[in-house]
Design a protein around this ligand. Structure first.
Ligand SMILES: Cc1cc2nc3c(=O)[nH]c(=O)nc-3n(C[C@H](O)[C@H](O)[C@H](O)COP(=O)(O)O)c2cc1C
Length: 466
C-alpha cells in the first residue's frame, strides 16, 4: 500500500516525530510511507498553487494518510494549520474524503490531547475514515514496550485499510449561526466607562467593520471613554512560524530577533498591558493560523510565564460553544501564564442588544478585576501542567532550556517537589508505621478523618480577624 505522511514538523527531515514514522517503515517494508514536509514548505505551498495540488494528487492516489506532527502550544504548529486551511480554501477536501487515516504526534504530553481533538475533528470534517491516534512522549521510541505499541498501532491502521473496516465519527459538523450583529450605537454610547488608567490592548486578526467580529470589537472599544489601542496581527511584520530550533532556550532570544517585529510586539506591547482582548474568527476548529503563529512565536519565552496578573478576555465570532477544545486550550494557556481568563464573548447567543450588554459588562468586569488584582484559583489545567513543566525543566529539559531553569530556581518552583514538604514528610514518618501496625489506632484514625480534615478550615471560618 502507499501511505502519505503529512509531516507537521517545521524541522522537516530532522523531525523527532518522523523517526516514529521511519520506525513503522522499517517494520512494514511491504508498504511505502511517503513523507511530505508540508509544514516546512508552507510558504512555498501558500505561494505556489501548483506545488500544493501536486500534494493533493499524491493524496488522491494513496491508500491512507498519516497526520504526523509535533504538538506546538497545545495544538499543531501554525505552518501545519495553514496547510489544513489551504485544503478548504483551495477546494481540495474531496481528495481526503473516505481515506483511511491516523494521527501520530510527539510531545512532552502537555495538552497533546487537545492537539489530537483538533486533528480528529479535522479528519471528521474532511469526511475521512479516522482509525485512531498515537501520542507518545518524544523519547518513547527508546523503550522496547513502546516500540511494540507503535507496531500494534501501525498494524491496526493497515488492517483497517485492507479490510475496509467501518469507523466511528466523533465530531459533528459545525453549525454556523446565520445572524448579523447590528449594535445600536446610541445604547452603546450611553453606558461608557473609564479605563481608570489601565492599559488596554485589543489584538485581532480582522478589523473589518462590516463583520460581526469587527462590530463586536467596536462595541467593546466604544464602551470606554478613552481610546483603546487595537493591533491587527497581520500588520505586524512576522517573518514566519516558529522553526522549532529551540535556540531561545538559552536566553529567551528568538533566532528571528530583529529580523522581524514579533519579539518587540510581545515585549513592548503585550507585556506592559494590564488588560488584553484577543479577538478572532473561528477558522476550522481553532482561530486562524495567523493567531496560531502568534502563540507559537511566543514560545521564545519557553516555559516562563510572561502574562502574569493580566486580565484577558476573548471576542470570537463563530461556533465556539461547539468546539469546547478551543476554550480548554486558551484557559490552560492563560492559567499557565498566571493571567485571569475573564470571559469568552461570541455572536452565537442572543440578539444585538444582548451582545452589546455582555460586551459592555465584560469591559466593566475587566477594569474591576484589574483594580482588585483578581486571579481565579487555578484548575487542573494549569495545576497539572505546571507540575509537568517543573519536572521536565528540572530534568531532561534543563540543559537546553537554561533560561527556564534559572527562572524556576529563582521563583522557588523546585521547592514544591513533594519530597521537599517537610511537614508531610515528618507526619508520614511518624504516623504511617503506627497506622500500618496498630489496629486500634488505625480504627480511631479513620473514624475521625472527616473532622480532622475540616476542623482546621473551620477555625479559619470562625476566626474573627481572618
Ligand atoms: C514552539 C514549540 C511548542 C511546543 N509546544 C508543546 C506543547 O504545547 N505540548 C507539548 O507536549 N510539547 C510541546 N513542544 C515539544 C514538541 O512537541 C516535541 O519536542 C516534539 O517531539 C517535536 O517534534 P518534531 O521534532 O517532530 O518537530 C513544543 C515545542 C516547540 C518547539
Amino acid at each position: 500500500m502507499k501511505i502519505i505522511v503529512l509531516n507537521g514538523s517545521p524541522k522537516g527531515d530532522l523531525s523527532v516525530t518522523m523517526q516514529y514514522i521511519l520506525y513503522i517503515q522499517k517494520k512494514f517494508p511491504q508498504h511505502e510511507l511517503k513523507i511530505l514536509n508540508v509544514a516546512q514548505q508552507i510558504k512555498h505551498l501558500d505561494r505556489d498553487q501548483e506545488k500544493f495540488y501536486e500534494i493533493i494528487e499524491e493524496i488522491k492516489a494513496s491508500d491512507g494518510i498519516i497526520w504526523g506532527t509535533p504538538v506546538y502550544v497545545l495544538l499543531v504548529p501554525s505552518q501545519y494549520k495553514r496547510f489544513i486551511e489551504l485544503i478548504t480554501e483551495r477546494n481540495a477536501k474531496g481528495a481526503f474524503k473516505d481515506k483511511y487515516t491516523v494521527a501520530l504526534t510527539t510531545s512532552i504530553h502537555f495538552f497533546d490531547h487537545t492537539a489530537h481533538n483538533y486533528l480528529h475533528a479535522i479528519c471528521d470534517d474532511l469526511e475521512m475514515k479516522y482509525v485512531g491516534k498515537f501520542s507518545p512522549d518524544m523519547n518513547e521510541l527508546f523503550r522496547s514496550e513502546n516500540r511494540t505499541k507503535l507496531i500494534h498501532f501501525a498494524k491496526n491502521f493497515f488492517y483497517a485499510i485492507e479490510n475496509n473496516i467501518p469507523t466511528s465519527k466523533h465530531f459533528p459538523p459545525l453549525n454556523y449561526r446565520n445572524f448579523s450583529y447590528n449594535p445600536n450605537k446610541i445604547e452603546v454610547k450611553k453606558n461608557k466607562i473609564s479605563t481608570e488608567g489601565k492599559k488596554i490592548l485589543i489584538i485581532t486578526d480582522s478589523t473589518d467593520d462590516r463583520t460581526n467580529l469587527g462590530k463586536m470589537i467596536n462595541t467593546f472599544r466604544n464602551s470606554f471613554t478613552e481610546n483603546i489601542e487595537i493591533i491587527n496581527i497581520y500588520d505586524i511584520n512576522i517573518k514566519g512560524g516558529c522553526l522549532g530550533c529551540c535556540q531561545c532556550g538559552y536566553d529567551n532570544q528568538c533566532v528571528y530577533k530583529e529580523k522581524d517585529e514579533f519579539m518587540a510586539f510581545w515585549n513592548q506591547k503585550l507585556k506592559p498591558s494590564d488588560i488584553l482582548v484577543f479577538a478572532g474568527n473561528i477558522k476550522d476548529r481553532y482561530l486562524s493560523s495567523r493567531w496560531k503563529m502568534v502563540f507559537d512565536r511566543a514560545f521564545f519565552n519557553n516555559h516562563v510565564p510572561t502574562l502574569i496578573g493580566k486580565q484577558i478576555a476573548f471576542i470570537i465570532s463563530g461556533p465556539l460553544s461547539q468546539i469546547p477544545n478551543i476554550k480548554q486550550i486558551f484557559q490552560a494557556y492563560l492559567e499557565s501564564q498566571g493571567s485571569n481568563c475573564v470571559d469568552f464573548i461570541t455572536d452565537e447567543f442572543g440578539d444585538s442588544a444582548e451582545i452589546n450588554s455582555v460586551l459592555q459588562n465584560c469591559a466593566h468586569q475587566l477594569i474591576r478585576f484589574s483594580n482588585s488584582n483578581y486571579i481565579q484559583p487555578e484548575t487542573y489545567l494549569s495545576v497539572g501542567g505546571k507540575l509537568l513543566f517543573r519536572d521536565a525543566v528540572y530534568s531532561r529539559l534543563r540543559l537546553i532550556f537554561r533560561a527556564d531553569d534559572k527562572y524556576y530556581e529563582k521563583q522557588g518552583f523546585y521547592d514544591t517537589f513533594p519530597q521537599n514538604d517537610e511537614m508531610a514528610k515528618k507526619m508520614n514518618e511518624q504516623l504511617i508505621p503506627v497506622i500500618e501496625n496498630n489496629e486500634k489506632f488505625r480504627k480511631k484514625f479513620y473514624s475521625m478523618i472527616k473532622e480532622a480534615i475540616v476542623n482546621p478550615l473551620k477555625s479559619i471560618v470562625a476566626h474573627p480577624d481572618k
